[in-house]
Design a protein around this ligand. Sequence first.
Ligand SMILES: C[S@@+](CC[C@H](N)C(=O)[O-])C[C@H]1O[C@@H](n2cnc3c(N)ncnc32)[C@H](O)[C@@H]1O
Length: 311
Amino acid sequence: MIKFGVYSIKKLKKIKNFSKNRKRISILLYKISNHKQKLSKYKDHILLNFADSNGIYKRTYEGRFGNFDRGIINYLTNQNFKKKVDIHDAAISDGRSSIDFFNKLNFSLNINKFHCSDFYENIYYLRISKYIIIVFGENNQLYELNFYNFVFNFIKKESLLYYPINRFLLFFLNLYFKNNLIYYKKKNKYKIFKLKLIDKQIFEYQKNYNYFKFTKKNIFDKFQLKYDIFRVMNLINLNYFKENKIIEIIKNIHNSMNDKGYLIVGSNQIPNSEVDGGIYMKTSNKFLLIKEFGDYKLINEIILKFERGKY
Ligand SMILES: C[S@@+](CC[C@H](N)C(=O)[O-])C[C@H]1O[C@@H](n2cnc3c(N)ncnc32)[C@H](O)[C@@H]1O
């Protein structure tokens, strides 16, 4: 079989049933869907199978944590915070789930600062011809190639078993464009465009609320502030990181939180599906489990294993 691509809004609109769609949707369509309100419903589908250079998916949804958010917020509002709270929501992808969280929290808590972040904020592209566009990352990593009727993804490749022709073509296109990308960039022959993978609402909220701020941030790097509430959804996952890396993340978050602050972590699938996760209290040297949701045993054990000074 051959897999063709969806590289125009016209083609995207023609898809009647996304769960049956077998075509690869180009990430370049995110830009258009971010500018036009009536196209924003397509964002979920555009991000669904796009991943960063480490293979971590960018997929996210508005209303992703409906019940989970409500439970967490009920719990937090019953805590007696002595001062206005500082909150961080990390690894937010385009930020729509973070806007949900902020809207709910803003009603019920006295917020001092609401910070949200993601490490992969921008990707870049250059157009070689009307039918060829290369999409790449900051380190010149090839992400995607729009090539005539095809959309090739270099990170999440098509199955070799079902789409051998796509894989065969991808192999040679990868060799060719990997070498030539540097050349195209050096030559200054083609204009490089930036594609922000952040929902435009994030920037509107930043304008409207002086305590709301988005930053580009690697979860492994030191955070500037100490937070009372720290949330990371759909990143701390054994499909993405080995145990020692998860411990590194937990250590960094521990260093970035005030004692008696709350860590919220979890993973789920589609909007409002059950979350496997937990809420933890930060003490001077570790995290204590307050409540576990769904099946979070493996990650739970790693988080509870962490002890300051030991790792
Ligand atoms: C599956 S998405 C989760 C998005 C959102 N939290 C949600 O649950 O809907 C994972 C996100 O983690 C981000 N990410 C991957 N590595 C990261 C890192 N080292 N630091 C910060 N964010 C990272 C990716 O860019 C992606 O946006």
